[in-house]
Design a binder for this molecule. Structure first.
Ligand SMILES: NC(=O)C1=CN([C@@H]2O[C@H](COP(=O)(O)OP(=O)(O)OC[C@H]3O[C@@H](n4cnc5c(N)ncnc54)[C@H](O)[C@@H]3O)[C@@H](O)[C@H]2O)C=CC1
Ligand SMILES: O=C1O[C@H](COP(=O)(O)O)[C@@H](O)[C@H](O)[C@H]1O
Length: 247
């Protein structure tokens, strides 16, 4: 039988990339504070991610949660990331434990580790000849309060895995752009995530077995400075796109 999956933040860009390829792959329940503007698969719950009761109810009979809801703006103010990203993510983990969910897939971000892009390393690290690679074992080094909130989400996942045995994967998503990589933006091309690779990656996160993991969510770009090794090992992630093919 298909697994039942709760997708939070379903009305957003990542949600659309995931549902675009995986609409028929799972029994979906979708949650967002914004009602849908188009026909989407499964039941739609309009709720705020910080509403404990609504989130618990949305997880009834759910196997896996893909948690995307949050403020995605790198320049988002503290009040917003504190509520939507940190409190919202804690609410999701707590509800997952209380309702018997097996696995949570958390949308983290490149901005949790953006400060590794030092003046000395850039712009060389965005170019194919440069061998610098982050592999997911490094400590967070956020570039902004949004990045701090994503690092906090990763740490909440670590806690809920260690204390409550929940399977958790944090995906440090790069730059999701539809159709082609960002234009005239080397950093964005280095961390491009195509729509089809995004759907495949989240599919693998739903299916694979793991305890606690951090992986990078990018396509197989020649310019990459994020290692894909862990995602390949743990998830069998096999990206098909490469920003170099769009030069
Ligand atoms: N798009 C990208 O390239 C990247 C995205 N991410 C992360 O992926 C996730 C999804 O990002 P996008 O789809 O790009 O953003 P988006 O803004 O397109 O979608 C986010 C969705 O979450 C919903 N939402 C926000 N706060 C909520 C709350 N308190 N309760 C319920 N729903 C709420 C919004 O209504 C929206 O539909 C975010 O957590 C973001 O930080 C991380 C790195 C890169
Ligand atoms: O976390 C995110 O990162 C991407 C890429 O960052 P950028 O600073 O190169 O634009 C961003 O587009 C997305 O909105 C954000 O959620």
């Amino acid at each position: 039988m298909a697994q039942s999956v709760l997708l939070t933040g379903a009305s957003g860009r990542v949600g659309q990339a995931v549902l675009g390829d995986l609409a028929d792959a799972y029994e979906w329940r979708l949650l967002d504070r914004d009602p849908p503007t188009e026909d989407l698969p499964g039941e739609f719950v309009v709720a705020d991610i910080t509403d404990d009761e609504a989130v618990r109810e949305a997880m009834d009979e759910i196997d896996v949660v893909v948690h995307l809801a949050g403020d995605p703006r790198p320049e988002a103010p503290w009040s917003s990331v504190l509520t939507n990203n940190i409190d919202g993510t804690r609410t999701v983990y707590q509800a997952a434990v209380e309702t018997g969910v097996e696995k949570v897939v958390f949308a983290s971000s490149n901005h949790a580790v953006g400060a590794y892009e030092t003046d000395e390393r850039t712009p060389d690290m965005y170019r194919p000849h440069d061998e610098f690679l982050l592999d997911g074992t490094e400590l967070p080094r956020p570039t902004n309060l949004y990045g701090v909130s994503k690092a906090a989400g990763e740490t909440l996942g670590r806690y809920y895995h260690d204390e409550h045995d929940l399977s958790v994967i944090s995906v440090r998503i790069g730059n999701l752009t539809e159709g082609h990589p960002p234009i005239d933006y080397e950093r964005g091309q280095a961390m491009w995530l195509s729509y089809r690779d995004c759907a495949h990656l989240f599919d693998r996160c739903i299916q694979a077995d793991y305890g606690y993991e951090i992986v990078y969510g990018i396509s197989d770009n020649d310019r990459k400075y994020y290692s894909l090794e862990r995602a390949q090992e743990v998830l069998d992630y096999e990206p098909q796109d490469n920003s170099a093919e769009h030069d």
